[in-house]
Design a protein around this ligand. Structure first.
Ligand SMILES: C[S@@+](CC[C@H](N)C(=O)[O-])C[C@H]1O[C@@H](n2cnc3c(N)ncnc32)[C@H](O)[C@@H]1O
Length: 237
């Protein structure tokens, strides 16, 4: 276990780490396997998409995966959003995870800047039968967001270029309905955001983003130490 890098959630969740240290044969990877085993499976088409992403794409680890996919799916079942916006589609795993949980009359817009992803995204949107409910926009989200009308989304999943998270926050909050939720991935950046002295561009941007959220009087928020950190923000006014 000493050789194994502890996950952010292990480090942050001290009672959990305490129990781990009591049993030297329990490693973070064993816990991960357990967590995976006790999380419901998503539809098989998502497993197929994950396999194809790992075979064909550069940086396949950007894909949300089962745990985060299932979390987003449950959020959709609980919130029942009629309109969802995702920034950063990659191969479509998180978009489809949300689509499987959203009500039938909902619509999900997902924006991806890299045109090389379009074929695989469209293939799996079609395979999963969501062609009518998902609109894929291949373009720069920083430009596309302002084209939507005011107050249109009940759920927003932000998972694109981290250096622009502060800008995305300013652009997205006016598009989020009152009572709506914005979830931003990678808010912990492997824990690096804790460093106040880091000059790394992503760290500085994510720290600025987290500060913007925390100081925003319109919202209630929780930074979940889940995977790479999910900043969950509800717009109250
Ligand atoms: C971490 S991946 C998204 C993973 C995906 N949400 C999932 O869970 O499977 C980030 C994606 O954002 C895209 N991206 C980066 N900058 C963007 C921009 N300005 N507009 C739209 N997409 C962008 C990247 O091309 C990449 O595919």
């Amino acid at each position: 276990m000493e050789n194994e890098k502890l996950s952010v959630s292990n480090i942050l969740n001290s009672p959990f780490s305490f129990h781990v240290s009591e049993f030297s044969n329990i490693t973070p990877s064993l816990i991960s396997e357990y967590v995976d085993a006790y999380t419901s499976d998503l539809p098989p088409v998502l497993q197929e998409l994950e396999r194809e992403t790992f075979v064909k794409c550069v940086n396949p680890r950007m894909l949300s995966g089962k745990l985060q996919g299932q979390f987003l799916n449950l959020i959709c079942r609980m919130l029942k959003p009629e309109t969802i916006l995702e920034i950063g589609t990659f191969t479509g795993y998180s978009a489809l995870s949300m689509a499987y949980g959203m009500p039938e009359n909902s619509h999900l817009y997902t924006i991806e800047a890299n045109p090389e992803q379009e074929v695989i995204i469209r293939k799996y949107i079609e395979k999963s039968g969501f062609s009518e409910q998902i609109t894929l926009i291949i373009a720069d989200a920083k430009i596309e967001i302002s084209k939507f009308e005011n107050d249109v989304f009940e759920l927003i999943f932000l998972d694109a270029d981290k250096i622009n998270y502060p800008l995305y926050y300013e652009l997205l909050m006016p598009k989020l309905k009152k009572g709506g939720v914005l979830i931003a991935d990678n808010a912990l950046w492997s824990g690096a955001v804790v460093s106040k002295t880091s000059t790394d561009k992503e760290v500085v941007a994510l720290r600025t983003f987290n500060d913007l959220v925390q100081k925003d009087s319109r919202t209630q928020n929780v930074l979940l130490p889940f995977r790479d950190g999910l900043m969950c923000v509800m717009k109250l006014s």
